[in-house]
Design a protein around this ligand. Structure first.
Ligand code: BGP
Length: 492
């Protein structure tokens, strides 16, 4: 008997801003990702803008610093914006979905670009061309018996909302998001059953884990932003449950999984704090329907008024999700002994080196046991079905003359994580889906690079946007196909 349940959702995951392209086609409006430049692991991504007098400027995307008030975000000559093309799903979705079907996908995670449906986010009527595009995509998936898993917002709130309306700090955005959701729910009710309200919703409060010495008010404002998003999520979850009982609604959390670096009890406590602050805080609310008791301490530490969070208790209770989903790439270590060596760059957090683990070329810890550990922790905490909706190895691949790509490192990574997932299922965890990240090569979120590839399908495109965009099957493509065909048994 297979270690995996019979209807297990094997598949892959993508996001519109990194994959779809067609950024200014079909009536689509811009998102922040369209004014974000390419970069490398050493140089940060920047957003570009123009001042009223015509001078231009850039500011670091993740620094927490904003452009000058009077400046307007703009696409400038002389910069490269990799998200404009992504890897061209917009024009090649049929070919790509056929490849996913060939691998045997049961589920495909993708996102809808909000600004393709409502270009600024504020229009009365949706953009019919945008609606038609996703209808065609979902129909194509259904033709191949692939279940869509749709992220409603994956790092791409319409730029107009970010720039003119004050982003998610402004509670008025909640209504705009609700309108967008009502539109897509009604439009795709016969095609889509599984929805994720926001990608990595804890992103709003993770800034402090990327950048040290962030100003306190900026960190605190992340909790306000997150609260508004969680209220928006709860409202649409409630609406979906009342109007589309067939829908299954999920949260999506960045897997900020931490270990204590030593057995010093101070490190144990510091790590517990960290897991709560960055990882559990949003899902404690979204799954259980209320703020955890430790929340008050966090609000106090940022001088935030508890009444602001508590006023929405009822809707949070009424709009809790049906399942939990998360991205899992790595773990990081934490300690109060600050002289310990740091683990360098990681997209999810900056921590301390774990002497028992190896690290990827981008400095991400390779830790399949951490997947099993986190699955068990999450199951014990929430007791709802769990989807692993992102996992994978960003690595340099080489396209051979004959069109092959030999990526044994990726196969090793996937094998060890699938084995860990099987062990977690044996431990008793209800895991229902595995959709590894970037199943087809796409633009990296943190660096904007193409060279950081996750796919089982290679896309001919480089960091400057040069390439034919042709698709090639990597060795991992054939390996994953066997894995799926055997329901996770054949991992050789
Ligand atoms: C997650 C994001 C994805 C994806 C992934 C890999 O945080 O949800 O959008 O990009 O990380 O990260 P990167 O592309 O930076 O390697």
């Amino acid at each position: 008997m297979s270690k995996f349940p019979e209807n297990f959702f094997w598949g892959g995951a993508t996001a519109a801003n990194q994959y779809e392209g067609g950024w200014n086609e079909g009536g689509r409006g811009p998102a922040m990702t369209d004014v974000t430049t390419g970069a490398t692991k050493e140089t940060p991504r920047c957003v570009t803008y123009v001042m009223p007098d015509g001078t231009t400027g850039v500011c670091r995307q993740m620094s927490g610093k904003k452009k000058p008030k009077e400046a307007r975000y703009a696409v400038l000559d002389g910069y490269y914006y990799p998200n404009h093309i992504g890897t061209d799903f917009y024009h090649r979705y049929k070919e790509d979905i056929a490849l996913f079907a060939e691998m045997g996908f049961k589920m495909f995670r993708m996102s809808i670009s909000w600004s393709r449906i409502y270009p600024k986010g504020i229009e009365e009527e949706p953009n019919p061309e945008g609606l038609a595009f996703y209808r065609d995509v979902f129909t194509e998936l259904r033709k191949h018996q692939i279940e869509p898993l749709v992220t409603i917002c994956h790092y791409d709130t319409p730029l107009y909302i970010e720039e003119e309306l004050g982003d998610w700090h402004n509670p008025d955005i909640i209504e705009l998001y609700e309108k967008y959701c009502r539109t897509i729910f009604e439009e795709y009710k016969d095609l889509v059953k599984y929805w994720l309200t926001f990608n990595e919703i804890n992103h709003a409060i993770m800034l402090g884990s990327f950048v040290s010495n962030m100003p306190k008010d900026l960190l605190g404002s992340g909790y306000v932003k997150l609260h508004n998003q969680m209220v928006a999520s709860a409202r649409v979850v409630k609406y979906a449950h009342e109007n589309y009982p067939q829908f299954k609604m999920g949260c999506m959390i960045a897997g900020m999984v931490s270990y204590p670096l030593t057995c010093d009890p101070k490190d144990i406590l510091a790590t517990q704090d960290r897991m709560r602050n960055y990882f559990y805080y949003p899902s404690d609310v979204m799954v259980r329907g209320y703020y955890p008791s430790y929340a008050k301490k966090i609000w106090d530490s940022y001088d935030l008024d508890a009444a602001f969070f508590e006023k929405d208790a009822q809707i949070l209770r009424e709009g809790h999700v049906d399942f939990y989903s998360y991205s899992y790439y790595m773990t990081s270590c934490h300690t109060t002994h600050t002289d310990a060596p740091k683990d360098g760059a990681g997209n999810l957090s900056i921590g301390y080196s774990n002497q028992y683990l190896n690290y990827s070329e981008w400095g991400w810890a390779l830790d399949p046991d951490g997947l099993r550990y986190s699955l068990n922790e999450l199951w014990d905490r929430y007791q709802v079905p769990i989807m692993i909706v992102e996992n994978g190895l960003g690595a340099l691949d080489h396209l051979e003359q004959d069109g092959s790509v030999h990526d044994p490192y990726r196969i090793d990574y996937m094998r060890s994580h699938i084995e860990a997932m099987a062990q977690a299922i044996k431990d008793g965890v209800d895991v229902i889906a595995y959709t590894p990240w970037g199943c087809i090569d796409l633009v990296s979120a943190s660096t904007g690079e193409m060279r950081k590839r996750y796919g089982m399908i290679y896309v001919d495109m480089d960091d400057e946007g040069k390439g034919s965009l042709d698709r090639y099957r990597k060795d991992s493509f054939y390996w994953y196909k066997k894995c799926i065909a055997s329901n996770g048994e054949d991992l050789k």
